[in-house]
Design a protein around this ligand. Structure first.
Ligand SMILES: [Zn+2]
Length: 277
């Protein structure tokens, strides 16, 4: 869609599956399974959807999917289905800037791939792009705590030494009307993205609100490092989203790419209107 002087689109890099219980934290399966079907391993299907923002000659890509460096055992565990670049609907070579919301494998894995003919050497998929990461997140990913060690994969983080890294700190306008904001609830130094057009905004909350099913405040993930902080960040985000009628993009929702938000009759945040970008 055209959004002021921006062209905005969303692109799914593929699907993977995570444990449904882990995706819904303390919410019992009897509740979440009414909305999402789990497979025979109790996993639910998730998208890895990027936001693409074209601003003049610069093309910003937010997050890059799981990538395809998966050994067979992990590929089966997460049921990784990664689309070839020509299936994602954008030209990777045209991307000038990448905003990584955080460096968990399902957000940053697609920064690199196996070098041709090698199963061990890896190379950057976007070698010319400038890459924005929060300084706090980069630091955490280089030295992950035991809970997050399975999410910050060494090869995904090490290769960034070869990238044109731009470390961000807190709230920052990285290009006119493209803002990043720091949150620390899901993981330390997550950055969510806001693209502004006058009073309107398109927001990309990343794992602060991974799917439309996570709109109700208590629907947080077992993966969240600090749920109390997350709740505050999420409430602040959703209050603004409703007040200013933001378009919110859901990175992991297999069905709902983006929506405007409302407070429903029971006082819970919910989808008001699905938006096609
Ligand atoms: Zn994620």
């Amino acid at each position: 869609m055209t959004f002021g002087r921006f062209k905005i689109s969303v692109h799914n890099h593929g699907f993977f599956r995570l444990d449904g219980g882990a995706m819904f934290g303390s919410v019992p399966k009897s509740l979440w399974s009414r909305q999402i079907l789990a497979d025979d391993m109790n996993r639910i299907r998730l998208a890895t959807r990027s936001l693409l923002v074209q601003s003049g000659r610069r093309i910003f890509l937010a997050d890059v999917g799981t990538g395809d460096k998966w050994p067979d055992k992990l590929r089966r565990l997460f049921d990784v289905e990664n689309f070839a670049p020509q299936e994602t609907g954008f030209d990777p070579a045209a991307v000038t800037d990448i905003i990584l919301t955080h460096l968990h494998f399902d957000h940053a894995g697609g920064m690199s791939r196996h070098a041709p003919g090698s199963l061990t050497d890896i190379e950057l998929c976007y070698p010319e792009a400038r890459v924005f990461v929060q300084a706090d997140n980069y630091e955490s990913a280089q030295n992950p705590n035991p809970r997050e060690r399975a999410s910050y994969l060494k090869e995904d983080v090490l290769i960034l030494e070869q990238a044109k890294l731009e470390l961000t700190r807190g709230t920052q306008e990285i290009c006119p009307d493209i803002w990043v904001h720091q949150g620390n609830g899901h993981t330390r130094g997550l950055q969510w993205i806001e693209v502004k057009n006058g009073a309107e905004s398109i927001a990309y909350p990343s794992d602060m609100i991974p799917t439309s099913h996570h709109l109700p405040l208590p629907y947080t993930m077992g993966y969240d490092m600090c749920v109390e902080a997350l709740l505050k960040e999420k409430e602040d985000f959703l209050r603004r989203a409703v007040a200013h009628d933001w378009i919110v993009v859901f990175e992991h929702d297999p069905e709902v790419p983006a929506a405007r938000i409302k407070i429903d009759g029971r006082g819970r945040y919910a989808v008001r209107e699905i938006v096609a970008l």
